[in-house]
Design a protein around this ligand. Structure first.
Ligand code: SAH
Length: 355
């Protein structure tokens, strides 16, 4: 068996490892391996993006959800959540302030709220697109039929985020009730890609029952899907869920995985997530220094922010959009990076590793 450092070199050169190699690297990683990995990850990040960090403005437009995922604070069974839906006017007002602050991508995220018919989502997409034709729209509203995805795409949606959550069947069962299936979630991702969306998948780090083998499966699945974005963040328990007493994922492992993802897909859009900023005060900065290149501050009205509580102690729930933007500006500048006013589209590579 090779050493961690040799495996990192192999990943750097070949952009892929075998399943046993991912497992070995994860199980035997040292502090020195991590430093080495991050230095190569930053080299790739700088090569493809310079010191430019892309931003996406997140609009959490409904916290009503038909699903009952065991980890999620807004799961159907949590009767302590005060449920809300933003009106079209509220959504547009978030987009307006976001646009003024320099956001050129809006991510509309929500629970799987059946009150929204396809026509409603289409209307939201078209209205924002008409108002801000220079912006990209990302949807993150869960599992839908291929026909629905097609309608949203035809209405102007550019991207879709749907974390696969875990690529391991048994682990998927541990995290979700029986009516949800990994097979269907993966099918959704392949459908989205086929339709022409820029697609983001992803997983939580350190969710209950996750092993190095599960993470190796995640890496293999990501290599197969070839997404344009991968969102990962630590699992953080929420007090009103069946996982209330479980351990949170660690900063250290999340950073290591960010570094591995940067080397596997060098031009990948890779966010330093809010969950990462929640488990450590400088989590997002450390994420950028491990290879991430995107941040997704919250544009939702302050009045609803606390109600979109996927996990405990979520940061930025009291700040106005402008404060979030300024705070992130400062944070990025403090480590030598800058937030840019740009849609931040995925740029395919020429040649061998083009996707
Ligand atoms: N309904 C949409 C959006 C889900 S919320 C969908 O199904 O895609 C966005 C992401 O938050 C989820 O995909 C999940 O990975 C993450 N999340 C949910 N609960 C979490 C928790 N307790 N800790 C960390 N991340 C969590």
């Amino acid at each position: 068996m090779r050493t961690g450092r040799q495996l990192i070199d192999k990943l750097y050169k070949e952009h892929m490892l075998k399943k046993e190699e991912w497992i070995f690297l994860l199980e035997h990683r040292t502090k020195e391996d991590a430093e080495y990995l991050f230095s190569l990850a930053r080299e790739q990040q700088k090569k493809h993006f310079g010191n430019r960090i892309y931003t996406r403005g997140l609009i959490e437009f409904t916290n009503i959800c038909r699903n009952d995922c065991y980890y999620c604070g807004i799961r159907r069974s949590n009767s302590n959540v005060e449920r809300y839906r933003l009106t079209m006017e509220q959504i547009l007002s978030c987009a307006r302030s976001g646009h003024e602050l320099g956001f050129r991508t809006f991510v509309l995220q929500g629970g799987e709220d059946l009150a929204y018919q396809d026509e409603d989502i289409v209307e939201i997409v078209q209205t924002i697109k008409n108002a801000y034709p220079d912006c990209a729209i990302t949807l993150s509203i869960g599992e839908k039929s291929c026909e629905s995805y097609k309608k949203y795409f035809d209405a102007g949606a550019d991207r879709y985020l749907l974390r696969h959550e875990t690529a391991d069947e048994n682990h998927y069962r541990r995290l979700h009730p029986a009516e949800l299936s990994l097979k269907h979630r993966k099918q959704c991702l392949f459908d989205l890609k086929e339709i022409g969306y820029q697609v983001g998948c992803g997983f939580m780090v350190g969710s209950p029952g996750q092993t190095a083998e599960c993470l190796a499966e995640d890496m293999l699945f990501i290599a197969e899907l070839k997404p344009q974005m991968v969102g990962i963040g630590p699992f953080i328990p929420h007090h009103d869920t069946p996982f209330a007493e479980e351990q949170a994922g660690t900063l250290e492992l999340t950073l290591f995985l960010l570094g591995m993802l940067r080397l596997m897909i060098p031009n990948l859009l890779l966010p330093a997530t809010t969950a990462l900023g929640t488990i450590a005060p400088d989590g997002r900065e450390q994420g950028i220094l491990a290879g991430a290149n995107v941040v997704m501050p919250n544009l939702s009205p302050v009045s609803v922010r606390k109600k979109y509580e996927l996990y405990d102690n979520k940061i930025c729930t009291g700040d106005e959009a402008a404060e979030c933007r300024m705070c992130l500006n400062r944070r990025m500048e403090s480590i030598g990076y800058e937030l840019v006013v740009d849609r931040g589209d995925f740029k395919p590579l020429e040649g061998e590793f083009a996707i």
